[in-house]
Design a protein around this ligand. Structure first.
Ligand SMILES: Nc1ncnc2c1ncn2[C@@H]1O[C@H](COP(=O)(O)OP(=O)(O)OP(=O)(O)O)[C@@H](O)[C@H]1O
Ligand SMILES: Cc1ncc(C[n+]2csc(CCO)c2C)c(N)n1
Length: 260
């Protein structure tokens, strides 16, 4: 079975010119959801080649991004600099003045109000997935605003990880990140202890796992069964710089991000 390598290079001030630890050279896309912008936003924005706002996520960019630059008194200059490539969703939350502002800067506005069966995050992931110039590239989608807040939204956001399990998608805020580890691969997770960890967790959310094995954790699993209603791994500790995971089912992996 192939090994999938996971790095957290996107949390570094600048992306390394060659990928760390034999991992693939990844390109990043950023999706901004409708919750308070994390302090990490400017860093992730800088690393991304494509920036997409999900519906009301555009209000957050417009209203809150200037607040992340308190020493910059030209609010308009900040807004002009941080122009999203696309705003997509059912458009029931983004304000008209915000749409007009970004439309004038050249942002693509994609109104999918006819679709009331998929979430705005789902719609944005489909947009990125179907972009011809990004196909076959090693793309990782970073999603901010997905954790905390309304629990139905959180469930919907996690469900997107399962629906697009072949894509690399990472949900993150200032405190932690979460991602799916598909059972199609063995996983090697590279951890930079100066910026993340040690607290971490591993859980099957779709279906029980009959067999999960890990290395590099304080409480490793060895052909262990995990299920909701039984054992799941929370408040675990990543001991070193590499954690490996192998399981018969897709698992949710989470690790804390350090305050810098
Ligand atoms: N409180 C929240 N908690 C977690 N995620 C959220 C929350 N609010 C919004 N989101 C995320 O941001 C996206 C855009 O949210 P927005 O408020 O613009 O639209 P919505 O009408 O509430 O969402 P949707 O149309 O997807 O049901 C949502 O699809 C969801 O992924
Ligand atoms: C079983 C079921 N539950 C809820 C919704 C409603 N819904 C799901 S996603 C979404 C947001 C559209 O942007 C809305 C309104 C549905 N369609 N089907």
């Amino acid at each position: 079975m192939d090994v999938m390598i996971h790095s957290s290079d996107f949390l570094l001030p600048s992306l390394p010119s060659s990928p760390a630890d034999n991992g693939p050279a990844l390109k990043y896309a950023l999706i901004i959801l409708n919750q308070r912008l994390p302090r990490l936003t400017p860093l992730l924005w800088q690393h991304a080649q494509l920036r997409v706002c999900a519906d009301g996520g555009a209000n957050r960019l417009f209203d809150e991004l200037p607040q992340l630059f308190p020493h910059e008194d030209d609010v308009l200059a900040v807004r002009n600099k941080y122009k999203p490539d696309v705003i997509k969703g059912d458009m029931d939350s983004v304000r008209e003045d915000v749409v007009d502002f970004y439309k004038n800067l050249g942002t693509k506005i994609l109104d999918e109000s006819h679709d009331q069966d998929t979430t705005d995050l789902h719609k944005c992931v489909v947009y990125i997935r179907d972009l011809p110039h990004l196909q076959n590239s090693n793309l990782c989608i970073l999603v901010i605003g997905a954790l905390g807040g309304r629990f139905d939204h959180e469930l919907g956001n996690i469900n997107v990880l399962y629906r697009f399990s072949a894509m690399r998608i990472i949900l993150l805020n200032d405190d932690c990140l979460i991602q799916l580890l598909p059972s199609t691969h063995c996983h090697e997770i590279h951890i930079k202890p100066s910026i993340m960890g040690p607290h971490c967790g591993l859980a099957p959310m779709g279906m029980p796992s009959r067999n999960t094995t890990t290395t590099g954790l304080q409480w490793d699993l060895s052909n262990t069964e995990m299920k909701f209603g039984g054992l799941i791994s929370t408040s675990n500790i990543a001991k070193g710089e590499i954690v490996t995971v192998h399981s018969d089912t897709d698992l949710i992996w989470t690790i804390s991000i350090k305050k810098t």
